[in-house]
Design a protein around this ligand. Structure first.
Ligand SMILES: Nc1ncnc2c1ncn2[C@@H]1O[C@H](COP(=O)(O)OP(=O)(O)O)[C@@H](O)[C@H]1O
Ligand SMILES: C[C@@](O)(CCOP(=O)(O)OP(=O)(O)O)CC(=O)O
Length: 521
């Protein structure tokens, strides 16, 4: 039983880790991850034309063909064949394909193998029908658009980026593409895994799991999809990372405390393919306690997130292994810093939450305070302090505290850089961030995630501040700073864009324009 119109589209957002880089690898600390409105989309529909699915033996069904395409890349089509024998659903990659895609392949292998133990064989075979076509596409922000702008003779700025069509060609292959750090593989795997479970009628995600789920099983819920995506992502990356990227792809912006790595450690090998019941036991949230903690978060109104990728990328795994090596070698030095940085990170989050609350309780005064602060530099905000203690002052006070506390976070990150000899906030980035902060109305500026030369983020209070920051970026001579168009996601995590259960309002929304364009790819 596939989706009503036989096509399923599921999207998952990209991410930016504002606080908690490195610390979030340790379950004792948490991180603040903001989901972006730049999303990854997976479309699944029946293949056109018929495929010979004759049984090779009386009880075996198949082979059924699944073709996966990533139209933004050169040489990015992969073919797979599925056979079903009782509950055992096997997927093999075509030997004729010039390249393999481990991430896509593992997502398909394990999602289908798990499905074999959750849905009736007949239902799976029926949905596979004459074969399936899978189309994968990421918002342009996931990949550097420098080449596309060049071919169009356009400058590197947001105005030019808006002229590029949706899902533009990257003019290169997946292995050579310059990624912008929004977490393509986590968003891809989360959308792909979820699209498969939904397309085969084994899951029914909706905004509220309890209210709308027609399938009552624990394996039909969003936490289960999260666990499967987390497992596949870890297997594809060859290690159990913190998992904040998959978590935000599933649930949107939140403060994240990781699951204990031991939860997945025992199944982190490809032999588990031969024992799906054991794997299911680990992934079923009612059978294994996943101790990850997700507390929803939204930036207060009028706080705008800006992101830029820097064309001088760092290799995150190298940064991480060097920082962890230093922590192991100098535990006392590192743990002291970990504790101070952890406390400063928590303080930033707490202040941002309080700002949200004040905006809710005193919207008029809040807006006035933001308006005033947006036209002067953060260092001059103390001048706005008046004698009375009105709600406007509360807002101004919080803005001052957030700005100051985030400077403390950066100071600790630079200390970490120095002690570990890892360029987490390198000097070039420090200079860039400090110039950004000198623009009126800039609340925060920092290096996201693992830091390095990869990217920066700013949080600004008005459209004017945004323009001011963009002007700084375009003039910065030391490095090429490429703005991204994305902002904080308002839709949260996973969204069923098309298929059984997708909201009707999607038909007229911006998202439906995106889905229409996907259908043409
Ligand atoms: N559009 C896409 N289509 C298919 N696979 C993709 C796509 N984007 C990313 N991937 C997969 O994700 C892998 C990149 O993963 P990784 O290096 O962990 O990047 P990231 O830091 O963006 O998560 C690619 O090798 C590919 O397998
Ligand atoms: C160091 C980290 O805590 C954060 C890294 O975050 P990034 O967002 O920098 O990651 P990439 O997208 O892989 O480059 C490692 C982790 O939590 O897994």
């Amino acid at each position: 039983m596939s989706s009503s119109n036989n096509t399923t589209v599921v999207s998952a957002p990209g991410k930016v880790l504002l606080t908690g880089g490195y610390l979030v690898l340790d379950p004792a600390f948490s991180g603040l991850v903001v989901a972006t409105d730049a999303r990854f989309y997976t479309l699944i529909r029946p293949s056109i034309g018929s495929v010979d699915a004759t049984a090779s033996s009386s009880s075996e069904k198949g082979p059924f063909k699944i073709t996966v395409r990533s139209p933004q890349f050169e040489n990015a089509t992969w073919n797979y064949f599925v056979t079903i024998q009782d509950m055992d659903v096997q997927l093999t990659a075509s030997a004729e394909d010039p390249s393999r895609n481990t991430f896509v392949e593992l997502a398909l292998v394990y999602s289908l193998a798990i499905l074999g133990h959750l849905a009736p064989t007949e239902q799976i075979a029926h949905t596979l029908g004459t074969g399936l076509e899978v189309v994968i596409a990421g918002n342009n922000d996931f990949y550097s658009q420098r080449k596309e702008l060049e071919t169009r003779g356009l400058h590197l700025n947001t105005e030019s980026l808006r002229q590029i069509p949706l899902f533009a060609s990257t003019h290169t292959t997946l292995s050579k593409v310059h990624k912008t750090g929004l977490g393509s593989s986590a968003a891809l795997i989360t959308s792909l895994v979820s699209a498969i479970f939904i397309h085969f009628g084994a899951s029914d995600i909706n905004r509220d799991d309890t209210a709308h789920t027609t399938i009552s099983k624990a394996t039909a819920t969003t936490p289960f999809l999260h666990n499967v995506a987390q497992f596949v992502h870890c297997l594809a990356q060859g290690k159990v990372g913190s998992g904040f990227d998959v978590s935000s792809a599933v649930w949107g912006s939140h403060t994240y405390r990781r699951f204990s790595p031991e939860v997945l450690q025992a199944v982190m090998n490809q032999d588990i393919r031969n024992d799906i019941p054991a794997l299911l036991k680990v992934l079923d949230p009612t059978k294994t306690t996943w101790d990850n903690v997700v507390t929803p978060f939204r930036l207060a109104p009028k706080l705008h997130l800006m992101l830029a990728d820097i064309d001088a990328g760092s290799h995150t795994p190298t940064l991480v292994s060097n920082v962890l090596r230093w922590r192991k070698a100098k535990p006392e030095e590192a743990n002291g810093l970990w504790a101070r940085l952890g406390a400063a990170n928590d303080k930033v989050v707490e202040l941002l939450k309080r700002l949200q609350q004040v905006a809710k309780e005193h919207p008029v005064e809040y807006d006035l305070a933001i308006e005033k602060a947006s036209v002067i530099r953060a260092t001059e905000w103390p001048l706005l302090r008046s004698q009375t203690t009105t709600s406007q002052d509360v807002t101004t006070e919080l803005l001052i505290q957030i700005h100051d506390e985030f400077l403390t976070v950066r100071r600790y990150l630079r200390e970490m850089s120095q002690l570990s000899s890892v360029p987490i906030e390198p000097e070039e980035q420090t200079r860039l961030l400090d110039v950004c902060l000198s623009v009126p109305g800039v609340l925060m500026a920092g290096v996201p995630g693992a830091g390095g030369f990869d990217a920066i983020f700013c949080i600004v209070l008005s459209e004017e501040s945004r323009k001011g920051v963009e002007a700084v970026w375009s003039k910065f001579a030391e490095m090429s700073v490429g703005p991204l168009l994305c902002q904080e996601s308002v839709e949260g995590g996973l969204v069923l864009e098309l298929g059984k259960g997708a909201g009707d309002d999607k038909q007229v929304s911006e998202q439906s324009r995106i889905v229409q364009s996907l259908l043409q790819l």
